[in-house]
Design a protein around this ligand. Sequence first.
Ligand SMILES: NC(=O)c1ccc[n+]([C@@H]2O[C@H](COP(=O)([O-])OP(=O)(O)OC[C@H]3O[C@@H](n4cnc5c(N)ncnc54)[C@H](OP(=O)(O)O)[C@@H]3O)[C@@H](O)[C@H]2O)c1
Length: 237
Amino acid sequence: MLQGQKVVIIGGSSGIGYETAKQVIAQGGEVIIASRSDQKLKTAQAQLGPQVTALTVDTTQEEQVQALFNQIGHFDHLVVTAAETSGGPFLHTYTSQSRQLFENKFWGQYYAAKYAAPHIRPGGSITLFSGVVAYKSMVGSSALGAVNAAVSNLGQTLALELAPLRVNVVSPGIIDTPARSKMSEEARNQFYATLGSKLPVNRVGRAEDVAQSVLYLLQNSFVTGTVLHVEGGHILI
Ligand SMILES: NC(=O)c1ccc[n+]([C@@H]2O[C@H](COP(=O)([O-])OP(=O)(O)OC[C@H]3O[C@@H](n4cnc5c(N)ncnc54)[C@H](OP(=O)(O)O)[C@@H]3O)[C@@H](O)[C@H]2O)c1
């Protein structure tokens, strides 16, 4: 149970972060969701209920991240699902696009961990987000694979450096979330069906699958420095 615990979820307005917020609330926890878009936050807050606080932050802006945690004060658990990712052929992708991936997904999580840690109460934790392309090379994911690998490594080093604060990393496989809303519905369904049929579990993931793994990391006080792979056996194929 997370009764009496305050959980900050940056990225909580969508996908895995949103589902994590739902599961934390179901376990009796108090939730603060944060992301860039006021509109997305308002919609999520309306669905999650009045006990949720919503705050805007752009994690690429170091001073905004620092101000966010100064405003929040003491809390128990940080989860960072915030990311905007992209891919493309190595030789034909603008370097600026790859740098932007690092700005958003790596530096965003770095700032969040750095400015949150001093505010996290004893017994608390940090959960960061990597991804399967760090562990299974895929064409078109050179920069994203490197970003994810960097996040995993950051999390494991922080588990030593910030101890006894626990720090873990979740590495999702392909999960059906709004992250792929730019694809047409037809192309997305085709992609999920084709990949799902190849996975040992015979389907792609749902946000709930990954949220469950976050809840486990928040609550198991003997787990730190782990990279938890939630990917339906994708690395094996
Ligand atoms: N879905 C997958 O297949 C998959 C696979 C591997 C890894 N992952 C990883 O799992 C995590 C969650 O992904 P998801 O599928 O749940 O994504 P999602 O549905 O697109 O949600 C991403 C969230 O991050 C927020 N966000 C993006 N950039 C931000 C920034 N600079 N500052 C603050 N908030 C920001 C977005 O809201 P705003 O737009 O309002 O900022 C949104 O709430 C990510 O790290 C993703 O890379 C996902």
